[in-house]
Design a protein around this ligand. Structure first.
Ligand code: GTP
Ligand code: MG
Length: 337
């Protein structure tokens, strides 16, 4: 439907002032498809990709890249909240949600773990952070709602608790080929916080190389190595600075390649809590830096037996509800009453 596609592009252009009008010839569906094919899905994504990298995309000439860059630049200057939306929609691959394996839990998250965002799950030991991570490795590969096709996963393990055998059990529950599931999970062990940051270069390269194929990046846990590498109060400022860099990188990766980023986090005793009548004297580590970077924060606590309770922790667009789920041999499931 060439005519109507052109109309959409023209409509998008019409939002712009005369002086920053995006000529329909700069953007057409074919170019947008080319950009999407390598994982550039948003105007921001265009800005975050160098001209040289864009010229390497098959079918995009240097002149074309220049035009696209110029148009994207003007749109962002104009403000991300007004007329940009229409073209933004054109460029944005649909945000998708990856099921947790529990309908209750998914409902709490507005459909599951969201793409183009960082979801953080924190809780005390054995609250299920690693088990949720394992379950997501499998469910990310399954076709889902609203045309979600499923895709590959990268798992960064900082605590040496990744167990491929768990993936086999979970794959069995979902009736999918165990070897295929394992093949689709790229695993990397991070040994220091520096190494963890370096691995993100590899992640971005991989996401770029196999555009659109990867759907999920997991870091279990995000803070463990920072905690070891920066001990003591004197090193706190440096730790937070390095952490901020890592989170900004993660945010960019999630948006540019339209992937979900799922990170786990630990808790620590709140030294100030003893002085107050606070009900829960523990809090997630990482301070304001992590609190602000996470789009959705889930606090986890233990229930009876296999039961676990998840609660949304200060989310901008979701109420602070709770969901009960269970950890079974087949991974995360709904709790049976
Ligand atoms: P830390 O990393 O120690 O902070 O904990 P965590 O929050 O990552 O906990 P994890 O996800 O490792 O959850 C551990 C819980 O999952 C334990 O209560 C185990 O009993 C349960 N679990 C782990 N494997 C299995 C399994 O194969 N079957 C069942 N039913 N439960 C399991
Ligand atoms: Mg764990």
């Amino acid at each position: 439907m060439k005519a109507s596609e052109d109309q959409v592009v023209e409509d998008a252009a019409a939002y712009q002032d005369d002086d920053v009008r995006i000529k329909p010839s700069c953007y057409n569906m074919a170019d947008i498809k080319k950009l999407k094919s390598v994982g550039i899905c948003t105007v921001k994504g265009i800005q975050m990709t160098t001209r040289r990298a864009m010229c390497n995309i098959k079918g995009l000439s240097e002149a074309k890249v220049e035009k696209i860059k110029e148009a994207a630049g003007k749109m962002l200057v104009r403000g991300a909240f007004t007329g940009v939306n229409s073209l933004f929609c054109l460029l944005t691959l649909q945000v998708f949600h990856i099921t947790t394996g529990s309908l209750e839990f998914d409902k709490l998250l507005g459909g599951g773990v969201e793409s183009m965002a960082i979801t953080e799950a924190f809780g005390e030991f054995r609250t299920g952070k690693t088990q949720i991570s394992h379950t997501l490795c499998v469910t990310a590969q399954l076709p889902g709602e609203n045309g979600y096709s499923g895709g590959k996963v990268i798992f960064i393990d900082t605590e040496n608790t990744f167990r491929p055998d768990r993936l086999r059990d979970i794959a069995e529950r979902f009736n999918v080929d165990q070897d295929a599931v394992l093949d689709n999970v790229l695993y990397a062990r991070a040994y220091t916080s520096e190494h963890q940051m370096e691995l993100l270069d590899f992640v971005a390269a991989k996401f770029h190389e196999e555009g659109g194929v990867f759907k999920l990046l997991i870091i279990d846990s995000i803070m463990a190595l920072f905690r070891v590498d920066f001990s003591g109060r004197g090193e706190l400022a440096e730790r937070q600075q390095k952490l901020a860099q890592m989170l900004s990188r993660l945010q960019k990766i999630s948006e540019e390649y339209n992937v979900a980023v799922f990170v786990t986090n630990q808790m620590t005793a709140d030294p100030g809590a003893g002085m107050t009548f606070q009900a829960d004297p523990k809090k997630p580590i990482g301070g304001h830096i992590l609190a602000h970077a996470s789009t959705t924060r889930i606090s986890l606590r233990k229930g009876r037996g296999e039961m676990r309770i998840a609660k949304i922790f200060d989310s901008p667009d979701m109420p602070e509800n709770e969901a009960t789920f269970a950890i079974t041999a087949g991974g995360v499931t709904d709790a049976k009453e």
